[in-house]
Design a binder for this molecule. Structure first.
Ligand SMILES: *Cc1c(COP(=O)(O)O)cnc(C)c1O
Length: 359
């Protein structure tokens, strides 16, 4: 029996996608091969790759002047790859610091250019998104970088920054495809697949055409967006199986009604959990209500000595991977697209039962 899996990543995938991948494992569409065994340049895989890109473009309504790249290296890789691709002719980039993932991006970018912190939420333990009126973008910035969903802190942008002529670069790893997004407001959107899309190993980069000629000469070819765009992301061997499974997830999302439909479900799922957290004195979530993540919901028990018992009881009831990130402790429920509302309801029912017994 499959459990309800609240992992922050790698994370739950739709059961129907896993079943289809299993059914096609040994012989994909009569080809006599697994997708894992195919040449990335053969007609079968080229078709899988093209369909995945087309479906992602449909789901996010990606304008024609943006390129979609399927790369490797993860979002942590992109922390270096972004400045290597955008810094030529610039000395500085501005970063907004909303938590652990922003901090990692800032540290890495500092190897390639001068980082100016345009705003930081560190003054209140990263429990909110600094409003744009408080941002100070450094003059001459190559770009402004944001992390639009802090997976560890559970803080999400519910608005789109406006950085004028300075390109906006966003790490959307943990909420891409969970909500509608106006791609045209961004210069670059990137994310690892293993949170809300598919298996680890695939990194998605969506980049506006005019930003493709700003790479530093040291930028490796495998991470050079212009070279990869010219080669249809096949300058090196792409993560073929991860692209295939991501493609199945895109088909699943389209069948669900697309991003608008999944967003409505995500709003309802998050409300179910936050409403219960707010009504209870036994649990608490530290994030400003207007900036709470719909995808990653960190919470603490009033009495932390009960953490172990809480997790053990959850596991016995088939609810897995609820332990909070090691840097913050407590609990975290990640409720990505593939988490059904029944899973969130089961968690709330268990939390209520646990509170009754221990409160
Ligand atoms: C998980 C995550 C990362 C790191 O991804 P890797 O694949 O480990 O490189 C970076 N940013 C955010 C927002 C994440 O959720």
């Amino acid at each position: 029996m499959r459990a309800y899996n609240f992992s922050a990543g790698p994370a739950v995938l739709p059961e129907s996608v896993l079943r289809q991948a299993a059914a096609e494992m040994l012989d994909w569409h009569g080809s006599g091969m697994s997708v894992m065994e195919m040449s990335h340049r053969g007609p079968e895989f080229v078709a899988i790759h093209a369909k995945a890109e087309a479906d992602l473009r449909t789901l996010l309504a990606i304008p024609a002047n943006y390129r979609v790249l399927f790369l490797q290296g993860g979002a942590i890789g992109e922390n270096a790859i972004v400045p290597m691709n955008l810094a030529r002719g610039f000395a500085t980039a501005s970063y907004v610091n909303t938590g652990e993932w922003s901090k990692k991006s800032i540290k890495e970018a500092g190897k390639y250019l001068k980082v100016a912190v345009a705003a930081s939420a560190e003054d209140r333990s990263f429990s909110y998104v600094p409003p744009q009126s408080a941002w100070r973008v450094a003059p001459g910035s190559a770009y402004v970088h944001v992390c639009t969903n802090e997976t560890i802190g559970g803080v999400e942008y519910h608005w789109t920054p406006d950085t004028g002529d300075v390109p906006l670069v966003a790490d959307m790893s943990s909420h891409i495809l969970s909500r509608a997004v106006d791609v045209a407001k961004y210069g670059v959107i990137y994310g690892g697949a293993q949170k809300n899309i598919g298996p680890a190993g695939l990194t998605i980069v969506i980049v506006r055409d005019d930003l493709l000629d700003r790479a530093l000469p040291i930028c490796p070819s495998a991470f050079h967006w212009q070279e990869q765009a010219a080669a249809d992301s096949m300058l090196n061997t792409p993560p073929t199986y991860a692209i295939y499974v991501a493609g199945l997830v895109f088909e699943w999302l389209l069948a669900q009604g697309g991003v608008a439909a999944i967003e409505r479900r995500n709003v309802a799922k998050a409300k179910l959990l936050y409403d219960y957290l707010d009504a209870s004195a036994f649990y608490r979530n530290p994030v400003a209500p207007a900036d709470r993540s719909r995808m990653n919901v960190p919470f603490r028990l009033r009495d932390e000595s009960l953490d172990g018992a809480f997790l053990k009881g959850a596991e016995e009831r088939g609810m897995l991977q609820l332990k909070g990130h090691r840097s913050v402790g407590g609990m975290r429920a990640s409720i990505y697209n593939a988490m059904p509302v029944e899973g969130v309801q089961a968690l709330v029912d268990y939390m209520r039962e646990f509170e009754r017994r221990h409160g």
